[in-house]
Design a binder for this molecule. Structure first.
Ligand code: FE2
Ligand code: FE2
Length: 191
């Protein structure tokens, strides 16, 4: 698949800031894939397109889902923040003919994560949170340090989930059930 053409497709759908974030996620996903011996170009592609639906308005998202009969459950449709990830996976399949389930699932679960994520999903989840173009550089360094010191991707993912929960609590925002499940599941694994 021609990455340059896909970059043009992504760029046409996103704000400048979000496009920069996508390029950063592409690059960090490629680096993490090298680090953990996965396919770097497949990870780069998933990183590049993970937010393709991010700048679609909520009303438009619902319309696109209805018109295309995309199979997305009601609880997700009701959650505007998570919906872009699920719709992004549907659109990657429909418009870019991507059928690789690693890529589709990585896009779908990049916001919330999920219990028992695959290695490829973890890489895209992390790359989205720590890419160099638009994310906090101090946070990026903390997460990369965890990887350098432990070489354990679960510790890095867990740290991201922990910081997400902390930030949601601080801002008195709702914590999605999936995020709590991911947190609890990781804790069970470590105890
Ligand atoms: Fe996103
Ligand atoms: Fe993102």
């Amino acid at each position: 698949m021609d990455l340059e053409k896909i970059r043009t497709w992504v760029k046409s759908r996103l704000s400048e800031e979000r496009y920069l974030h996508s390029l950063g996620t592409e690059e960090t996903a490629r680096e993490l894939a090298y680090r953990f011996s996965l396919d770097p170009e497949k990870a780069a592609l998933a990183g590049l397109i993970h937010d393709n639906a991010k700048n679609i308005s909520y009303e438009e998202m619902l319309l696109i889902i209805k018109e295309n009969n995309f199979d997305i459950e009601e609880s997700i449709k009701n959650n505007q923040k998570i919906l872009h990830a699920y719709l992004g996976a549907c659109l990657a399949q429909k418009e870019l003919n991507i059928e690789d389930n690693d890529i589709l699932n990585a896009i779908k679960f990049h916001t919330t994560g999920r219990v028992n994520m695959g290695m490829f999903e973890k890489i895209i989840f992390l790359a989205d949170k720590v890419e160099a173009n638009t994310r906090d550089i101090g946070f990026r360094c903390e997460v990369l340090n965890i990887l350098d010191e432990t070489n354990n991707i679960d510790k890095a993912v867990m740290y991201c989930v922990e910081q997400t929960i902390r930030s949601l609590l601080d801002r008195k925002l709702k914590i999605n059930r999936i995020t709590i499940d991911v947190w609890n599941n990781y804790l069970s694994g470590y105890q």
